[in-house]
Ligand binder design. Sequence first.
Ligand code: 6PG
Length: 471
Amino acid sequence: STADIGLIGLAVMGSNLALNIAEKGYTIAVHNRSSGRIDEFVAEAREQGLDGKTIAKYDLADFVQSVKRPRSIIIMVKAGKPVDDMIEQLLPLLEPGDAIIECGNSLFTDTQRRFDYLTPKGIGYLGVGVSGGEEGARHGPSIMVGGSKEQWHNAEAVLTAISAKFNGEPCCAYLGEGGAGHFVKTIHNGIEYGDMQMIAEVYGVMRDGLGMNPKACAEVFKEWNKGPLNSYLIEITGHVLEAVDEETGRPLVELILDKAGQKGTGVWSAIAAQQMGVPATAIEGAVAARSISARKDERVAAEAAYGKRADKKADVTLADLEKALLAGKIVSYAQGFAVIAKASEENGWGLPLSIIAKIWRAGCIIRSRFLDQMSAAYAKGEATNLLMVPDFIALMKDSHPSLRKVVAAAATAEFPMICLSAALSYFDSYRQAQGTANLIQGQRDFFGAHGFEIVGRGTDLHGKWPSTLGN
Ligand code: 6PG
């Protein structure tokens, strides 16, 4: 056996990862269920001068044999049953000490189950989140590793070498046992949903409230990309907005149907947050916004029923919008990281928040200047909620008045703002020492004798409520 590592699943992400590994000087064996795709990969590798470092194997047993022991076998197949099927096919071919490294967008509870299944058999299982899309996979993704720590060390050099670098520091880290890597990747995607939705809401104000055309919007995003919002998503937003449709000469964005797709990670993030009792309203809002967007027919009917929104201008400046986006982002990341902190505690993962922020600084979809600030702030002391990290308290104090102004303007001018308004309400609830749940407790006790607390008097107290009601 001559290969340093193996990879199964040569769709775009898999083949790009394989080429990235070969380019870094490692010999990689590859296999794919359909042999046609293997042939195409061989041609691609040759074109890129990487054929010397790739070994194509058409037979699975041959493929496994060609990898040096203890083996590290990356699988990059569709999430769900195909992963389980692949594990079963590999199992009789592997030997104790070998590891399967699954790099898809898997549900972290599936990863945990697979880890628990393979560990007693002596086979390592690593569930690895890989972010950065096709380009990232080829030239440097952000890599979030979870699972068998011992086998991680066998693959550490390769995965570190292929990862993105931020100021020379690799965006790849071992984060914790079992499903930890895929959990962190899921929350990354939840945060990605929030970022994208908040950007879309601000675009909505520019388009409908300030009467800006896509080109003008693009210019603003390009400008913002030079400031505190500097990030991959702001940068690509500029490019998306300035693209022109070749057939009609019109801005492409105006021709794209306003129905967003989603493959599950946003929903999983929201469910995980809810299950653990961590409020993550920005992620939930972003998921809900995509679901509403998908119901185009209902929206068309509802607009007919209620009439078009009044053509009111939004009373905000571009500077307000920029700061509102920053404030929304702080809240959204505060929520996402609070979800991670809670999951870490519940699962005993020991997830390092500052390292997670660090490995998201480059390579991944949410990469940004903001994350550099965040990792630095967390490194000084890990408050679990970013809103309580000193540097961010200052940033939030400076930016929440703009968020307030933008959300208010949107409400008055009849723009939807599911995500930014959720972020603002979360912030206002979070910083409010005296809330309104006293009333909820009274209501719960009224109809269900659930009890309430009165400080200084006791915890399971009850009211003397009337037994009959007017109606
Ligand atoms: C990434 C992306 C990637 C993928 C998402 C998109 O980090 O590289 O998040 O994983 O593009 O799965 O998810 P939706 O299809 O749900 O938007």
